[in-house]
Design a protein around this ligand. Structure first.
Ligand code: PMP
Length: 412
C-alpha cells in the first residue's frame, strides 16, 4: 500500500495508513525530550560492552514502575520480573515463548485473542507452537465493543485460560472497555482463574495520561490476577527503530519470581543473547531524571492532544457536511469516542476502495501475517485492506477538510 502511495502523482494524496505518529505537517516527530536525553547518552563515556541477558537494570526497574505504578504491591513484594526486549514485538514473542514452555494449558495450548487484533499477534503466537483463538470484541453494527459477547466468551472458556488484552488504545479498533467494564472483566478472570497476557503498546499515547492508560493493568495487578505485561516505548517515546521494550511477569511469590527470572534468562540467551543498549539508556534517563520525565509527559500530551483534536475536528466537519453516518449509527460519535492512533470509521469496502482509487486517500492495509502460515512458498502474500481503519496520526489541519469532503462524497 505505501509503495502505491509513493507512486501516486496526485498532489492532494493523503496517507492514512501510517502506523506511526506524524506532526501537523505530516512529518515524523522526534520528541524534544528524546533529543535531549540522546545528547546526554552520547556525551557520557558509555562503552559498548554487552548488557546483561535481562538488559539494562536501571531501564527495566523504571519501566516496571511506569507500568504498575511506583507504589505497586507486586513490586513491593518483589514479585515482578522484568526483562528488556526488542520493543513490544520482542516482548510479545518472549512472553508467548515463555508461556509455550512453562504454562500448564487447560486446552490445546490455546491463547485467546480479540477479534480483530494487531495482525502480528496471530503470527507471534503461532510461531511458538501455540494456538491463537479469537474471542468476540468488536461489534461492526455499533462500531463499538461487543461487551456481552466478550463476557460470555470469557465465561465459557476453560478455567485458567490465557487471554490477550490490549491494556489501552486497542489496535486496530480504537475501542476500549470502560473502567466499569474492566472491573467486570477482572472479576471474571478471578472467578475462572484466567491468565491475563497484557499488551501495552500505547501507554500515555492514548489519553495523554500515563497513569490513566495503565489503569487496566494496575487493576488486575491489585487483584492478584496472574499476569504479564508486554511493554513498548515505540509510540510513547517515538523510538520506533530503537526497539525499546520490556516484558514484565508477575509471580505468585518472591521465590517463584527468581525461578521465572532464570527461565526467562535461558530463553532470552538462546534467542538474542542480550538486548541493545542505546534506546534503553535514553529511556532510562527520561524515566529517572525528574526534569526529563516532566518534559516527556508534556511531549506525550503534545502527541495525544493533536490526535484527539483531529478526532474532534473530523467529527465536527462531518456533522457540518451532514454526512450520512455508517449503517447502524445515528452519527459519527464513534470517531470521537475511539482512542489512540487508529479509528474504525465504519466505512465499507466499496467506500474504502473508492477513497483509494478515486481520491488518492490511502487507508491502513495490513499484511495478514497469520495467513502467511497457510501459504505455500510460491504464493504471494496478499494484503487485507479496506476494513475502514484509518490512522488518525495521518490527519492534519492541511488535509482534514479534503478527507471529510471525500468521505462525504463516497457515502452518498
Ligand atoms: N502491540 C500492539 C497492539 C501494537 O500496535 C504494536 C505496534 N504496532 C506492537 C505491539 C509492537 O510494536 P513495537 O514492536 O514497535 O514496539
Amino acid at each position: 500500500m505505501s509503495s502505491r502511495y509513493v507512486a501516486d502523482t496526485n498532489p492532494k494524496k493523503i496517507n492514512l495508513g501510517v502506523g506511526a505518529y506524524r506532526d501537523n505537517n505530516g512529518k515524523p516527530w522526534v520528541l524534544p525530550v528524546v533529543k535531549k536525553a540522546s545528547r546526554k547518552v552520547e556525551e557520557s563515556d558509555r562503552d559498548h560492552e554487552y548488557l546483561s541477558i535481562t538488559g539494562l537494570a536501571t531501564f527495566t526497574d523504571a519501566a516496571q514502575k511506569l507500568v504498575f505504578g511506583k507504589d505497586s504491591l507486586p513490586i513491593k513484594e518483589k514479585r515482578v520480573i522484568s526483562v528488556q526486549t526488542l520493543s513490544g514485538t520482542g516482548a510479545n514473542h518472549l512472553a508467548a515463548l515463555f508461556m509455550s514452555r512453562f504454562y500448564q494449558f487447560t486446552k490445546d495450548k490455546e491463547i485467546y485473542i480479540s477479534n480483530p487484533t494487531w495482525a502480528n499477534h496471530n503470527a507471534i503466537i503461532s510461531n511458538v507452537g501455540l494456538n491463537p483463538v479469537s474471542y468476540p470484541y468488536y461489534n461492526p453494527q455499533t462500531i463499538g465493543l461487543d461487551f456481552e459477547g466478550f463476557v460470555k466468551s470469557i465465561e465459557s472458556m476453560p478455567e485458567k485460560s490465557v487471554i490477550l488484552l490490549h491494556s489501552c488504545a486497542h489496535n486496530p479498533t480504537g475501542v476500549d472497555p470502560t473502567p466499569e467494564q474492566w472491573e467486570t472483566l477482572a472479576g471474571l478472570f478471578l472467578k475462572k482463574g484466567h491468565y491475563a497476557f497484557f499488551d501495552s503498546a500505547y501507554q500515555g499515547f492514548a489519553t495523554g495520561d500515563l497513569d490513566r492508560d495503565s489503569s487496566s493493568v494496575r487493576l488486575f495487578a491489585s487483584k492478584r490476577i496472574p499476569m504479564l505485561v508486554c511493554q513498548s516505548f515505540a509510540k510513547n517515546a517515538g523510538l520506533y527503530n530503537e526497539r525499546v521494550g520490556a516484558l514484565h511477569v508477575i509471580a505468585a511469590s518472591e521465590d517463584e519470581a527468581q525461578r521465572i527470572k532464570s527461565q526467562l534468562s535461558v530463553l532470552q540467551r538462546s534467542e538474542i543473547s542480550n538486548p541493545p543498549a542505546y534506546g534503553a539508556h535514553v529511556v532510562s534517563l527520561i524515566l529517572t531524571d525528574p526534569e526529563l520525565f516532566s518534559e516527556w509527559k508534556r511531549d506525550i500530551k503534545t502527541m495525544s492532544s493533536r490526535i484527539i483534536e483531529m478526532r474532534d475536528q473530523l467529527y465536527n466537519k462531518l456533522q457540518e457536511l451532514k454526512t450520512p453516518a455508517p449503517a447502524g449509527r445515528s452519527d459519527w460519535g464513534h470517531i470521537k469516542s475511539q482512542i489512540g492512533m487508529f479509528s474504525f470509521t465504519g466505512l465499507n469496502k466499496a467506500q474504502c476502495d473508492s477513497l483509494v482509487n478515486d481520491y488518492s486517500i490511502y487507508l491502513t492495509g495490513e499484511l495478514s501475517l497469520h495467513r502467511l502460515f497457510e501459504l505455500k512458498r510460491s504464493d504471494t502474500p496478499s494484503f487485507v485492506t479496506a476494513n475502514g481503519r484509518i490512522s488518525m496520526a495521518g490527519l492534519n489541519t492541511n488535509n482534514l477538510q479534503r478527507f471529510a469532503e471525500s468521505v462525504d462524497e463516497v457515502v452518498r
